[in-house]
Design a protein. Structure first.
Ligand SMILES: Cc1cc2nc3c(=O)[nH]c(=O)nc-3n(C[C@H](O)[C@H](O)[C@H](O)COP(=O)(O)OP(=O)(O)OC[C@H]3O[C@@H](n4cnc5c(N)ncnc54)[C@H](O)[C@@H]3O)c2cc1C
Ligand code: FES
Length: 505
């Protein structure tokens, strides 16, 4: 809505101007405010998502929640609390008063006070240790403190930096458009203020489930009452004969810094891999003016996950920005500055970036005797085969309530939401993890949002036009929509997510 004509909610608006089940944007003082209505109830909350400032007025209201159109964060309209990441902080709330046929937004309400008490039905662990300082680990620690857990809380992370906005590493950060200040998920004093001990450069090397203790590479041991394993995944490293220091991977912030620094002086680069990370890296390097060749085994980029139509669209999009594809091919070796492909072609390159998938880091769980099956197997409460030990994020394989199958999904938002649910279950809440998977990717300004999970499908339905960058692609099996990918249809993506939520077995 145009700020110039945004209604001033302090002066009141007619009740009928706010549709039942809908929201309008206006202002109070200098702040943009969202006024939402559910029957006779009205709610006034901040209009901007606390993740990356998404416009909540363009999002979806579901019962007494509002969902952000950009990356599907979900907030309570009653309290402003974040119900689901990727946002981590609440939105502000205002008091609303109805007088006759008009609604007035009054003073801002104090932020929900500190920690809620751990509920009587919950438990208060003597100590909690989280192994992993990524999306799942940070969200779990954050949730534990928000939910009122005030006991010892430790995050052990092999990374050299505090939890960071990993998805940004291949996007704006690599393109040089996001400063370093954007990257930490939380400022340094966040951890000390909340008495979260964050041990960096601390790789856990063993887990003793009987003694309830983990040991680290640097010789320390930590005892725990409850443990969360959130070790994520590591990039697959294909051997490249002839390569010395010219192969880059992208997982950690340190990887991101090294790659961005090297890209600053590069002229031409070969990216190995035609899936999300490889393609986002290609797009970000092009933004820096680097010539990019993508070498991938696939017939079309992203075809395995999104089908041939989207794959063809992505190839054309990249080609229109100067990316050169070498599909159904691979790099066999480096000869000096030349990458030699299986097809016999050679490409001059300053360095290689490998983005050929990741492997979940399950070794700790495996060696400790936890049930592992291509991931750490957990129940619907994200608890592993050993009571009191939970797993979340890229390593977790959990029973999906929609397909009744065990699934493991490598999405940022899934990891964060699992961290949140695991934390509540560490406190004894018995909350089932049933969020609909969601991810997004952005390449050359085109954002694709994907909700659901469709490892296989027997039909793809396209509505709208990929060429016009305005469409929804539905992946179906046996007539049932398993996943929906959208471009420029954020509301449709949110509606598809809400419909899938309702469709629980
Ligand atoms: C460049 C990039 C871009 C991405 N973009 C997107 C995107 O756009 N959308 C999307 O949905 N997903 C995206 N992803 C995927 C997403 O980032 C992951 O799904 C998510 O980070 C998983 O979170 P996690 O907490 O499970 O693991 P991670 O975030 O990987 O964190 C794992 C943590 O565990 C630590 N660790 C590992 N082993 C040990 C050990 N033995 N001891 C101590 N610590 C250990 C690591 O150091 C790290 O701190 C992207 C990933 C990358 C790398
Ligand atoms: S900006 Fe709202 S979820 Fe990302």
């Amino acid at each position: 809505m145009d700020k110039a004509i945004a209604p001033d909610f302090a002066s009141g608006v007619a009740v009928d101007e706010v549709p039942d089940g809908g929201m309008i944007q206006g202002k109070v003082g200098g702040e943009q405010v969202l006024l939402a209505r559910r029957g006779a109830e009205f709610f006034a909350v901040g209009a901007k998502c606390t993740h990356y400032g998404g416009p909540l007025a363009k999002g979806l209201m579901v019962a007494d929640e509002v969902r952000c159109p950009l990356h599907h964060a979900c907030f309570s309209l009653r309290t402003g609390a974040v119900l689901r990441p990727p946002a981590l902080d609440p939105i502000p709330c205002w008091r609303v008063e109805r007088i006759g046929a008009r609604v007035f937004v009054r003073e801002k309400l104090p932020a929900p006070g500190g920690a809620a008490a751990v509920s009587a039905s919950g438990s208060h662990p003597a100590s909690v240790v989280i192994v992993g300082g990524g999306g799942a680990g940070l969200t779990a620690a954050d949730t534990l403190r928000r939910e009122g857990y005030d006991g010892p809380l430790t995050i052990l992370s092999a990374d050299d930096s505090p939890p960071c906005d990993r998805p940004n590493l291949s996007k704006d950060y690599l393109a040089g458009a996001a400063p370093d200040e954007w990257m930490p998920l939380r400022p340094p004093d966040y951890y000390s203020d909340r008495r979260i001990e964050l041990a960096l450069n601390t790789r856990v090397t063993s887990l003793d489930v009987r003694q309830k203790r983990v040991e680290t590479e640097n010789g320390r041991s930590y005892e725990f009452d409850r443990l969360l394993l959130a070790t994520g995944a590591e990039p697959v490293r294909l051997p490249v004969p002839g390569a010395h220091s010219q192969v880059f991977y992208l997982r950690t912030y340190a990887d991101g810094r090294a790659l961005a620094a090297r890209a600053a002086s590069a002229k031409q680069v070969v990216v190995v891999g035609g899936s999300f990370i490889g393609l986002e890296v290609a797009a970000s390097l092009r933004k820096r003016g680097v010539a990019v060749h993508v070498v991938a085994r696939e017939r079309l980029p992203l075809e395995r996950v999104m089908g041939p139509e989207v794959g063809g669209f992505i190839r054309d999009l990249h080609e229109s920005h100067g990316v050169v594809f070498h599909l159904q091919d691979t790099v066999t070796r480096l000869e000096g500055r030349a990458a030699v492909l299986q097809s016999g072609a050679t490409i001059e390159t300053d360095f290689l970036v490998q983005g050929v998938g990741v492997r979940p880091l399950v070794i700790l769980a495996e060696e400790a005797g936890l049930r592992v099956d291509r991931g750490v197997v957990v129940n619907e409460y994200l608890e592993t085969s050993v009571p009191g030990i939970f797993a979340a994020g890229d390593i977790a394989r959990w029973p999906d309530v929609r397909s009744n199958e065990l699934v493991r999904i490598e999405h940022w938002v899934v990891a964060e939401r699992q961290g949140q649910v695991a934390a509540r279950n560490i406190l004894g809440r018995r909350e089932r993890f049933d969020a609909v998977p969601f991810f997004w990717t952005r390449q050359f300004g085109v954002s694709i949002k994907y909700v659901g999970h469709a490892p296989q499908w027997d039909a793809i339905e396209l509505s709208g036009s990929l060429q016009a960058k305005d469409c929804a692609v539905t992946y179906k099996r046996a007539g049932r929509a398993l996943a929906v990918a959208t471009i420029s249809r954020d509301l449709e993506s949110l509606r598809a997510e809400a419909a899938m939520e309702a469709n629980v077995q």
